[in-house]
Design a protein around this ligand. Structure first.
Ligand code: SAH
Ligand code: SF4
Length: 359
């Protein structure tokens, strides 16, 4: 059985030709998979009956198995299982006038941020490009009959489980498939890769013709080396100063900004002094950056607390007073354990209607 999800148009054409099909058949199949969100070849109506039957017997249209869907008031968490039995989480977030899909790129993560539940498991393995792409395909299949604009995922953020840039080649391929206008067609302006700031991989991203065109978000989480090193051990080898220098020089596409994500953790990085330090750093480059403050989302395995709303607002105000764009993300998805930092590879997950699934 050949897995067709996760193939680019070129790969699908090569495969078709190798199987003795006409090249344009690949284009038709590509359209069914990535534009029509169809996973049953019986319904590929512009193909002959024989070809449909042949596809049914010889091709696979999902890399993941859909296990469960947990609905909260403003988000939906999907749980998938890989062929080798791992669970992958994907969160669909309802914004005012569109959906944002938060996709995972790894099972676990080895970056080791002390405030992140995903880090607890270490890295189990990278997801394949097919497994990354299939998260969106399953969700699309689920929402495609909703009334506009809810029939299609508009924004995609690589902010689920894992460090996307540590899985560079699969990330690159998945992004190429997502932005292809012949297929999924997510706008490059509406696709964001979030990274903990691993410098040599960021440099590769900057040099890549496709990845350099999508949005970059950096989990900064601190205004200096000392504070960042405490919560993000990668800072020992990726020095704050070097990261900052890189970001101020990053070749940004026209009219774009880099998002600086800042998880606010009580008593760790949330003081007015931290805010002033951050403001001093960003102010000279205020056109290049926007700050997204994320009040820490607690998880039973994490030793931190969320600051009060007052502390969060005070932090924001110090930035705003310096004319820096600073928003607060009161994480959605907390009810379904799908909020930032709450995604884990191995854990019991409550199901709709009671009960738990276990990895
Ligand atoms: N590995 C990438 C992307 C996944 S994490 C990265 O680190 O950027 C996505 C975002 O969730 C990051 O900005 C991270 O700082 C944030 N995050 C992690 N744990 C969190 C928690 N417990 N509460 C709130 N945000 C958290
Ligand atoms: Fe990995 Fe991102 Fe979590 Fe850090 S915050 S451990 S980089 S997933």
């Amino acid at each position: 059985m050949e897995l067709l999800v996760g193939k680019t148009l070129k790969e699908l054409r090569d495969w078709a030709v190798q199987k003795g099909l006409e090249r344009y058949r690949a284009d038709q199949i590509y359209h069914w998979i990535y534009k029509k969100w169809e996973d049953d070849p019986e319904r590929f109506t512009n193909l002959s009956k024989d070809l449909r039957r042949w596809l049914k017997e010889n091709a696979r249209f999902h890399a993941l198995e859909k296990v469960e869907k947990v609905e909260g008031p403003d988000s939906v968490k999907y749980l998938f299982r890989t062929d080798d039995g791992h669970l992958v989480e994907t969160v669909l977030i309802k914004e005012k006038d569109h959906w944002t899909l938060c996709v995972s790129t790894q099972i676990g993560c080895n970056v080791g941020c002390t405030f992140c539940a995903t880090a607890r498991d270490g890295l189990i393995r990278n997801l394949t490009a097919a497994e990354i792409v299939d998260q969106l395909l399953w969700v699309q299949k689920d929402i495609k009959d909703l009334p506009k604009p809810w029939h299609k995922v508009r924004n995609v953020v690589f902010m689920g489980m894992g460090e996307p840039l540590a899985n560079f080649n699969n990330l690159k391929k998945a992004v190429e498939i997502f932005v292809d206008q012949k297929g999924v067609d997510v706008s490059k302006r509406r696709l964001t890769v979030s990274s903990s700031g691993i410098l040599y991989q960021l440099k590769k991203m900057a040099e890549d013709p496709v990845l350099s065109q999508v949005n970059l978000a950096i989990s900064l989480n601190a205004p200096d080396q000392e504070t960042r090193e405490k919560i993000m051990p990668v800072t020992r080898t990726n020095r704050f100063e070097d990261l900052w220098k890189f970001l101020t020089n990053y070749p940004l596409p026209e009219g774009r900004k880099i998002t600086l994500e800042y998880v606010l953790i009580k008593g760790v990085n949330d003081s007015p002094e931290h805010a002033r330090k951050l403001a001093r750093l960003v102010a000279p480059h205020r056109k290049r950056f926007k700050v997204n403050l994320i009040p820490f989302n607690p998880s039973p395995t994490l030793p931190y607390e969320r600051p009060s709303e007052e502390v969060v607002r005070r932090f924001q105000k110090i930035l705003l007073d310096e004319a820096i764009i600073a928003t607060i993300r009161w994480s959605k998805g907390q009810e379904v354990f799908g909020a930032c930092g709450q995604l884990r590879a191995k854990r019991e997950i409550p199901l709709l209607g009671g009960g738990f699934v276990k990895n």
